[in-house]
Ligand binder design. Structure first.
Ligand SMILES: [Zn+2]
Length: 290
C-alpha cells in the first residue's frame, strides 16, 4: 500500500514537473513569437517609413527637375532674345554702312547728286577691258561678283569685255556733250544726262563680247548677250533698259549690279528693276553684297 501511495506521489510530482515544464516551453515560445511579431511590425514600420522617404525624395527630385527645366528654358529664351537683338543690331549696323543710293532708280526722272562718288573704286584688270588703254573702274564691292561672272562666261566659251563702267558726273557731262555734237537731240535716246546715269553709281557696266560685230549695236545678237540674259542674275546683275522701256532705247549692253537676291527674284518673276516699287527694292539693300 505504502508503495502504491509513494508511487502516487511520484506520479503526481512527475505530472506537476511535466506541466510546469510544458508551461515553461509554451511561455518561452509565446514570448519568442511575440518578440518576432513586434520585430516584424517594427521592420514593417521602417520599410513603410523608407518607402515614404523614397517617395518624398522622388517628389523633390521631380520638383527640382521641373525647376531645372524651367531655368533651362528661361536661359534659352534669354539667349534667343540676346541673339535676336544682336542680329537686329547687326542688320541695322550693316544697313547703316550700306549706301542707299546703290538701289535707287536713276533714269531721267531720278537724279543723282553731282558730288556723288562711290565709296570705293577698283580698277578693272586689263584682260577684261575692251580698250586696255582706257582705265575702267568699278565699285570695290561689286568687283568680286563681276570677276566671277566674267570668269564663268569665259569657261562657257563666251568672252565678255567691259566697254565702259564708272563714269563721274563730270565725265558723263563731257560724254553727253560729245554725243550731242554727233547725234543732236537723238543722243537723248541712248545717253543719260549727267546725274541721271547709273554709271555714276560705279555698279553699272556696258559690255561687249568678242564675237559682236560692232561694240554696241552688234551686241544684241552676240553670244555674250545671250549668255548674260541667262546667267547675269546669278552674279547680281540685271538689264536696266530692256526693249520698250520708258526711259531709253533698248540697251542690251548696259547691266547694273543690284545684288544676287534682287537679281534672282527679278529674273524669276520676269520683271525689270524699274518695274519694281522702290520700297520693295529697298528691302534688298542690306544684302546687296552678300
Ligand atoms: Zn551704259
Amino acid at each position: 500500500m505504502k508503495t502504491s501511495h509513494q508511487n502516487c506521489i511520484i506520479l503526481g510530482l512527475l505530472l506537476v514537473v511535466s506541466a510546469a515544464s510544458g508551461w515553461g516551453l509554451y511561455y518561452k515560445s509565446y514570448v519568442l513569437n511575440k518578440n518576432l511579431i513586434t520585430d516584424l511590425i517594427e521592420e514593417k514600420v521602417i520599410v513603410s517609413d523608407l518607402t515614404n522617404k523614397i517617395a518624398n525624395i522622388e517628389g523633390e527630385k521631380n520638383i527640382l527637375n521641373e525647376g531645372l527645366e524651367a531655368e533651362r528654358k528661361r536661359v534659352g529664351d534669354l539667349a534667343e532674345q540676346v541673339s535676336d537683338a544682336v542680329g537686329t543690331v547687326g542688320i541695322l549696323d550693316k544697313l547703316a554702312k550700306t549706301d542707299p543710293q546703290l538701289l535707287q532708280k536713276y533714269s531721267k526722272v531720278y537724279f543723282l547728286n553731282e558730288h556723288y562718288i562711290p565709296s570705293s573704286l577698283k580698277t578693272i584688270d586689263d584682260e577684261y577691258v575692251n580698250d586696255p588703254s582706257k582705265e575702267e573702274q568699278i565699285h570695290g564691292s561689286v568687283w568680286p561678283h563681276l570677276e566671277d561672272m566674267l570668269e564663268e562666261a569665259k569657261e562657257d566659251g563666251v568672252e565678255l569685255k567691259v566697254l565702259s563702267s564708272y563714269r563721274s558726273f563730270g565725265r558723263q557731262s563731257e560724254l553727253k556733250a560729245s554725243y550731242k555734237v554727233i547725234y543732236g537731240s537723238g543722243a537723248n535716246t541712248f545717253s543719260a544726262d549727267q546725274g541721271y546715269s547709273e554709271h555714276q553709281l560705279g555698279t553699272t557696266l556696258d559690255f561687249t563680247s568678242v564675237d559682236a560685230l560692232t561694240t554696241f549695236n552688234g551686241f544684241e545678237k552676240s553670244k555674250g548677250y545671250a549668255w548674260l540674259l541667262e546667267n547675269a542674275h546669278k552674279y547680281g546683275f540685271v538689264l536696266s533698259y530692256p526693249p520698250n522701256n520708258q526711259f531709253y532705247q533698248f540697251e542690251p549692253w548696259h547691266w547694273r549690279f543690284v545684288g544676287e537676291d534682287l537679281a534672282r527674284d527679278l529674273h524669276k518673276d520676269n520683271m525689270y528693276f524699274y518695274d519694281m516699287d522702290q520700297r520693295k527694292i529697298n528691302e534688298y539693300l542690306v544684302k546687296i553684297f552678300d
